[in-house]
Write a protein that binds this ligand. Structure first.
Ligand code: NAD
Ligand code: UDP
Ligand code: UDP
Length: 320
């Protein structure tokens, strides 16, 4: 659905999801301000938008106040993979919490609708399966993943308190594992790791016994859901789970990637990291009902597109 042209702020807009969101918002005819401190994002992800008359890039850290004039805010700024968010855990919590406060303060002043990229990690290592939005989670508050999980939980608290206390129009999505072009080749996430390893014919690193499960959503499906949530009627606060309920073991994923790349890689087994959840699968009943949304891209097709992206990236980085 096309809407009247809006001024839209996207924090974390040079990242994996943020850059796809900027593409979509520009294509829909909006003016986009992309804010990023390039902690994990890169200008390459948005290079094609630089110079576009409706696109503007601001280097800025969301832990500091930001004064701009916009109609809508999408708050995505935060490192998302364990390797990156554990690199500077204090900064990770600050980004989630101070970032949320600043963006909510901005939304409050402007009476702007604001979206929060929350995460399935708010459920921790779940003891309910699949996870619906009323499940309260099983998070270790002092473990190595806590800077991310608890930071995102606190951000959700802030969003709902700004909503109740100040009437801010909020949209909170709990995003499950998402993959696609522009994932970082070195951020340790399982889809990018396996594809890069397979394309190099290097050993595929399975952590644990490979029987833990994840559900993988292709990026285009996810962006569609985010925009639908933002366009849903007043009062659609969420939280709403967004993800693909197809559940696969990590071993199955490795086999698929090897099959699709025709790789000679062998499987090697590594220890399971601390607090690594054994099972994760979204219950997306609420997203189906509220947004009329359903993920469309099957894992095989999404992997093929992602493999093509990484093959090009590696060919450019490692010619010959
Ligand atoms: P990403 O690392 O590619 O993008 C995050 C972006 O935020 C990067 O461009 C980074 O430079 C920027 N950033 C980090 N700290 C910042 C700060 N203090 N100020 C300004 N910019 C900052 O990760 P992504 O996968 O695109 O994730 C985007 C959002 O979605 C994150 O909030 C993440 O928690 C959430 N999310 C992602 C997934 C997933 O599977 N990709 C799953 C759940 C939630
Ligand atoms: N803020 C911002 N941009 C704005 C308005 C507010 O970055 O346009 C920040 C501001 O620095 C403040 C935070 O958002 O620290 C929270 O704002 P709020 O109005 O809720 O709190 P207060 O200003 O009363 O502390
Ligand atoms: N994983 C793996 N090999 C890798 C990277 C990850 O087996 O090279 C596993 C990891 O232990 C976890 C799953 O794949 O069980 C998903 O990991 P990822 O970091 O992508 O996402 P998250 O744990 O945040 O869901």
């Amino acid at each position: 659905m096309k809407r009247a042209r809006a001024r839209v702020l996207v924090t974390g807009g040079a990242g994996f999801l943020g850059s796809h969101l900027c593409d979509r918002l520009i294509a829909d005819g909006n003016d986009v301000i992309c804010v990023d401190n390039f902690f994990t994002g890169t200008k390459d992800n948005i290079a094609h938008l630089l110079g576009h008359p409706r696109f503007e890039l601001l280097r800025h850290d969301v832990t500091f106040p930001l004064y701009v004039e916009v109609d809508e805010i999408y708050n995505l700024a935060c490192p998302a993979s364990p390797v990156h968010y554990q690199n500077d855990p204090v900064q990770t919590t600050k980004t989630s919490v101070h970032g949320a406060i600043n963006m909510l303060g901005l939304a409050k002043r402007l009476r702007a609708r604001i979206f929060q990229a929350s995460t399935s990690e708010v459920y921790g290592d779940p003891d309910q399966h699949p996870q619906s939005e009323d499940y309260r989670g099983n998070v270790n508050p002092i473990g190595p993943r806590a800077c991310y999980d608890e930071g995102k939980r606190c951000a959700e608290t802030l969003f709902f308190d700004y909503h109740r206390q100040h009437g801010v129009d909020i949209r909170v999505a709990r995003i499950f594992n998402t993959y696609g072009p522009r994932m970082h080749p070195n951020d340790g996430r399982v889809v990018s790791n396996f594809i890069v390893q397979a394309l190099r014919n290097a050993p595929i690193t399975i952590q644990g016994d490979g029987r833990q499960t994840r559900s993988f959503c292709y990026v285009d499906d996810l962006i569609d859901a985010i925009v639908r949530l933002m366009q849903a009627p007043e009062g659609t606060t969420g939280p709403v789970n967004l993800g693909n309920p197809g559940e696969f073991t990590i071993r199955e994923l490795a086999d698929q990637v090897i099959g699709l790349t025709g790789s000679r890689s062998e499987l090697v087994y590594r220890p399971l990291p601390v607090d690594d959840p054994m099972q994760r699968c979204p219950d997306i009943t609420r997203a189906r009902t509220l947004l009329g949304w359903e993920p469309r891209v099957p894992l095989r097709e999404g992997l093929e597109r992602t493999i093509r992206y990484f093959a090009t990236l590696l060919a450019e980085a490692e010619p010959g």
